[in-house]
Design a protein around this ligand. Sequence first.
Ligand code: XLS
Ligand code: NI
Ligand code: NI
Length: 455
Amino acid sequence: MSERKTRERMEFFTDVPQPVPFAGAAGATDSPGELRYRIYDPDRAVGNKTMAEHLRIAVCYWHSFNWPGSDIFGVGTFDRPWLQPAVDPMEAATIKQDAAFEFFAKLGTPFYCFHDVDMAPEGDTLAESKANLDEMVDRAAKKMSETGVELLWGTANLFTHPRYAAGAATNPDPDVFTHAAAQVRHMLDATHRLGGHNYVLWGGREGYETLLNTRLGQEADQLARFLELVAEHKRNIGFDGLLLLEPKPQEPTKHQYDYDSATVHGFLDRYDLLGEYFVNIEVNHATLSGHSFHHEVAYAIDNGIFGSVDANRGDPQNGWDTDQFPNSVDDLVPAMYEIVRSGGFGSGGFNFDTKLRRQSMDRTDLFHGHIGGIDTLAKALLVADELLNNGTLEAARDRRYAGWRGSQGAKIMDRSTTLASLADDAVAADLDPAPVSGRQEALENHINQMIWSAT
Ligand code: XLS
Ligand code: NI
Ligand code: NI
């Protein structure tokens, strides 16, 4: 313990300046090895907020610092000394924490996110795990006040340990449910102590491998009960951040219950949990569920459950969660437009739940991935803001639905009609409505023009 406390803090990312500078358009001609932002200028005003306030960028602890770069065919390739098995687990946790906060400060982004086990090793008992977590969280609190970096959200890992193989809240064994409850209680308390802005629950093991051994109705009731308990605890401790569910259709479990935003919405409605839970939409999960990211965001906003975003994307050729850094402005603009149009994030933000490729083994690669992804989001924000100011899309939508603002639309919606009276009206007026162009190509061209011209 004393050894841990006296250990000298060593710089880890020695080749990187603090903070990584904004070079603007001038940086566009630099060589690919230069670490600088080309678009993301945190204090630049965009509408009534700064870029930093709009985007609320967070770095994730797990893929960036806790993952060695392994895949199912090969061991880790990354240079992460604290992951060596010979290092004492709490010592490893402190070296990792130092490197993580050095990274956040150098990258110059305002938030981070972590699971309980990312920051502190699991002990032999729940009590020991809690003590480890509390010690590391106290240390994190100091690092947060030194650097000004805040916690976008905390979460508990209810999927890695073998005890959770058949689910956490949806496990057939109530003792596993109870164990998961303890972990969430400890981590929600820790998130609250750190002034966390939200708390996330991702149900990677809440689903089934086969229906042959599964009671769907019972598992849904268990999950809802778990969510009720968490919401009640949130109120008991006075945590005022949002509780967020993170939809994902499958992987690691064959079928996950939080399939997509619409499924989560229906579940919340059915168990009277609307208003207690919102969604953390991951770009890669959206496409895995057969939707676009745009769809998932638009659905959540229109149904009042939008909370936060994990910005990592998939690879269209692969059917799994490749967690790549965002690099396509074209893909992000439509969803960004919906976010900005609806007033932007409240307590949510863009978390980078992103993984480097296994061959990206230089320490600076972690910076390249984040900087490029953040510049991509910043550019998408500029385009979305232009689209909003210019009003073309809203005008097109207004025109398209104009009839519903007239007397016939009002009559239908105010419930003063019956199917029979509508039929009589249609026959009497000899209705023969003419189809109207949806103007899709013109709107797509308009978006492209905004992308090409936004600076
Ligand atoms: C996995 C999820 C996970 C959550 C946090 O696919 O994205 O990383 O964001 O538990
Ligand atoms: Ni994911
Ligand atoms: Ni995620």
